[in-house]
Design a protein around this ligand. Sequence first.
Ligand code: HEC
Ligand code: HEC
Length: 428
Amino acid sequence: MIRPARLIGAASVVLVTTALAVCGLTAADSPQSTTTTVQRASVVRVDDGKTIFRFETFGDEQLWTDVLRMHEVIATSVDPITALTVGLKVDVDALPASIIDALRSGTGVDLTSPETTIQLLKLNAVVGVKGTVSDTGQLTSVGITCALCHSTVDNSLMAGIGHRLDGWANADLDVGKIVALSTSPLLDDATKADFRTWGPGKYDPRHHYFDGTNIIGLPLNTPSLPVVIPPAYGLKGVGFETYNGDGPISYWNSYVGVGQMGGQGSFSDPRIGVSISQTPDLVTPRLPALLAYQLSLRTPKAPKGSFNQAAADRGEGIFHGQAGCATCHKGSTFTDVLSGADPSVPLLHEATEVGMDPTYAEKSATGMSTGIAAYRTTPLRGLQQRRFYFHDGSASSLLAVVNHYDALFQLHLTEAQKSDLVEYLKSL
Ligand code: HEC
Ligand code: HEC
């Protein structure tokens, strides 16, 4: 269990928050003006957002360096092999030709030395990790960015080293194992043992939060409940983009940027009893550009030949017909979260309706404020790249997804129909 150095009481909850107010105002998906100036401004904003997404730590070194002491852990025990094993990725475009050649030939780069990791950090080549290296080669600080969890690479040079793929979930990243390397006294052995059970591609963003000084356990969520890191692409027009529809993208970016990454900023949501205030706020002013960049990330097309087109066409008919999938996975976004009577309220499905474990939903803001554990219909996208499905990863293949629904809704699909449906899902 995490030792709460300071427990947060209801009295410290602020009513309306800057973060939420900003979320309401950021309308990057509103109709675009056609004037050149505005277009140029929005291009600049997307570019800014890309830099923020990839490289901005929001000052979260206050967690990863000051509290978790990860710079010391890296310097003593994280060689590149270890780093790649826990799912960290290396951006080949940040490497000089000499290192690329050495990696290709397998000589001249020591992948078993933490010093090489420090060299890679100095080159700003480790995706989602930013290190500061002194003139004498000491790693003096380290922080993380959004890209840590929501980017991967195309393995063009070798496994784990390639060109960045922004918005793709890093299905190899073992956040629990990484954090468990920390030597911080704020994390006891039981907590670290719990984190080590998460496995790759998962993280529990509701287990605790960081307020700038202390790691505060969210008592409802002990032990932890890791969920699948989702992709951050294909979100244009979706709405309420979290598993439980807690709020729009910027709400969640603020929650994670401040409370989870440990950035310096302010976030408050009375629904979950979290109120963090730090000045200057390095997160809130960056949310609009970050939003613009996320909305610009398109779902990658399923590679040609990776699914059977004729079967997928038949599967599409089943999806809309006999299987009834499209009653919830509606329209081009494949979700009905905005289909409620009031568009300012997310349309959710109770856990029992879709046969899901209610526990994670109970900890969400919508769950805590309504007392109803419910999930948002997931916008289906990039399904081939996923290792597991549903918020908790309870289905490890698309056939397992189809079988789940076949049993739950008593669809009586034949094996051939199931396989057609799977081919269709692979095409999305
Ligand atoms: C430590 C890993 C981690 C980091 C770092 C992280 N996220 Fe996430 N992100 C998650 C997990 C896990 C979820 C799913 C949580 C949920 O929906 O309840 C998520 C959800 C999301 C979603 C919702 C996607 C969807 O379809 O449901 C978006 C968008 C997103 N993150 C963007 C960001 C941005 C932008 C940042 C940087 C400010 C960031 N994330 C940092 C792990 C991470
Ligand atoms: C009653 C509404 C409803 C129906 C009908 C429905 N779904 Fe879903 N679907 C959901 C919800 C809600 C989730 C999120 C569940 C979770 O993550 O806990 C989901 C999640 C999924 C996912 C996981 C996506 C991911 O990225 O993890 C897939 C795939 C999926 N559904 C496919 C289908 C198929 C195929 C059908 C038809 C056989 C179908 N769904 C029918 C509501 C529905």
